[in-house]
Design a binder for this molecule. Sequence first.
Ligand code: ADP
Length: 425
Amino acid sequence: MPDTESHPASYQKHEVPLEYLTKWQEAIDVLASIYKVPAGLIMRVLPQQIEVLISSRRENNPYEPGEKANLKTGLYCETVMSSRDMLHVPNALKDPDWKDNPDVDLNMISYIGMPLIWPDNTVFGTVCVLDEQELNSNADYIQLIKQFKDMIERDFQMLKRNEDLETASRELAEARELADRANSAKSAFLANMSHELRTPMNAIIGYSELLMEEAADTDQEDSVPDLLKIHQAGNHLLSLINSVLDLSKIEAGRMEVFAEDFDVAVLLDQVVGTVQPLIEKNNNRFVLLQAPDLGNVHQDATKLRQSLLNLLSNAAKFTKDGTITLNAERESQSDGEWLNISVSDTGIGIPADKLDEVFVEFSQAEASTTRDHGGTGLGLPISERFCRMLGGDVGVSSILGEGSTFTIRIPAICPTVDATESALK
Ligand code: ADP
């Protein structure tokens, strides 16, 4: 009897999509017809059995697709799989090794088969032909079945590649999902920490103010400069904390839009009042170009104000002895009224290849700007997200060494769509 004990302890089943089965069916039909045998088969091994995957559509073929046979029963195919080599049995009835094998009971007394090997070098099964008569082969016949084997194994390569791609993209999706979850957990944590961080900072700022007043009242002016430094550092830290928390709140989907009616000119007036000292600090001239028809809008005033303050304080920060221009217009479009507010400066400008990056969190156009001008790289990303929450956007154009223009464009009426989602797009 052939050696059937040496097959691996466990075979592994490989899945094949329908389109390949259809193609292989055609091929096996051709193979069996060229050989003039009833049975041409593609067999697939399962952990403990072997199954007929494809069977030629010919008369007197005793094998039905889907039929299974147990391993370790002396099958021709099992020997092919364990030896990983071709097997040719011209006539089992004349061969003491093969005369009792299970296929003889089906009148299949001759066999030529080759192993099919999956790209990871595990056994898939066999491709074989069986006949009810003696089957004497020649080199052409062997070559033919070899070519079928090669064709099927090339298809395996494709299948394996698709499988690998699917696994990789599934793993990528899982990794992304994990990263997203970690990110929202981080954002949620920071948003929850908001109170815990702001309260002590406000205490430091408040008490330093109190101490400064007391120092002035009790003739201890010497300590005022130090207290002022505590006060300024506290304010700086608070604004940093606020930026980080704003961003986290947006990312955690907890930043809400509060639209209300307000007069645009009044808001601009407040904003200009706030940044005026900053603009003058670097000896800059300020120009306000304000169209007379700005009127009222129904928008989130706080977010628009903060975005404008970010743009204006950047302009003030990156411009010396220059001009900063705030230009506000109202525009009527087929999809409604829009507000265009631009902040232009004649400052250092931004290199063309860094223009996209200025809206990325924590990124700054030049490492040296951080040294010279400070900042966190959070102002623009937050402004962009705010403007998107308001149904609009913010854009930039700049020429290095000549200046920059940032333009906020928002609808006069804030859309009520899921604003957080649009900010995150
Ligand atoms: P920050 O100003 O705190 O660094 P921002 O997000 O507001 O963060 O800006 C990001 C970067 O964009 C700045 O560091 C700077 O390099 C560049 N930038 C922003 N506004 C201007 C401007 N008006 N002129 C030149 N560069 C600018």
